[in-house]
Design a binder for this molecule. Structure first.
Ligand SMILES: [Zn+2]
Length: 260
């Protein structure tokens, strides 16, 4: 209850701490705007108010090309630049070969799960006060593996779209901010997974859990226990895969954590 009150205070005083800016693939651009109706790549964008000014906070996909990108508003388009960023290659060996080369019978399940996650990532909930001053969801060792171009068992796969935090099996996982559980399930690659909608296209994801304590539609407070670290799905050991998505672009979770 106290946390809910704090959230409301944050919202009414307009003191929202915005994520760090890094206008590159997998990063975030913050652009001053004069309206709340802004789209990027035909998707609505979170517009935050700070000190009585409006800022579009835009997730830039890992696949974005460097150069000039544009926001669309009723008054015209606003350019912003995306700089080049190279991510290194990471080679991993996965013991369970079926998790790298799924069987025919796994593909239907994988497609269904992808749809479920896509639906969650495409949510744009306007009536939640978006709080991006995140707390780290689990005590552990944070890796800088976001964006790495992955080669699994010598085969190229999608880049790593989140941050891995190494923690022992059973370590409690807490929400970084309040929101609504958008999806929860046992997915082929991601294992036991929870997606939380923090409003305005900001969605966070928790994978490979051993247990899940929430279900779709639940409201969760900031720092609420949602599950425990595990090694379900495609893993090399117990850890939390923490993903953050803005306007359906996976962005680097490090940008949401205050630098020490
Ligand atoms: Zn991961």
């Amino acid at each position: 209850m106290i946390r809910k009150l704090c959230l409301l205070l944050l919202a009414t005083n307009n003191v929202l701490a915005l994520p760090q800016q890094e206008s590159a693939p997998g990063g975030i651009a913050v652009v001053a705007v004069e309206t709340r109706d802004v789209t990027y790549d035909d998707k609505p964008v979170w517009v935050a108010e700070e000190e009585d000014r409006l800022y579009a906070v835009i997730g830039i996909p890992l696949s974005a090309k460097p150069g000039t990108h544009r926001l669309t508003t009723a008054k015209g388009s606003i350019p912003f630049s995306v700089t080049k960023k190279e991510y290194s290659v990471q080679r991993l060996t996965i013991e369970n070969k079926r998790k790298v080369n799924p069987l025919e019978q796994d593909l239907k399940r994988i497609r269904g799960e992808r749809r479920e996650m896509d639906t969650a990532f495409n949510r744009f909930t306007r009536d939640v006060a978006t709080d991006s001053a995140f707390v780290v969801p689990v005590d552990g060792i944070m890796s800088s593996s976001f964006g790495l171009r992955r080669i699994l068992n010598d085969q190229p796969r999608n880049p790593h779209s989140g941050m891995d935090i190494a923690a022992p099996e059973g370590a409690p996982v807490h929400t970084p901010a309040a929101g609504i559980v958008a999806a929860a399930g046992d997915y082929f690659f991601n294992g036991n997974t929870i997606l939380i909608d923090h409003g305005h296209g900001l969605i966070t994801m928790y994978c490979h859990l051993s247990t899940m304590d929430v279900k779709p539609g639940d409201w969760v407070d900031k720092e609420q226990l949602i599950g425990k670290v595990g090694q379900t799905g495609r893993v090399t050991g117990a850890h939390l895969h923490w993903g953050i998505s803005l306007n359906n672009a996976r962005v680097n979770p490090a940008l949401f954590i205050e630098s020490p």
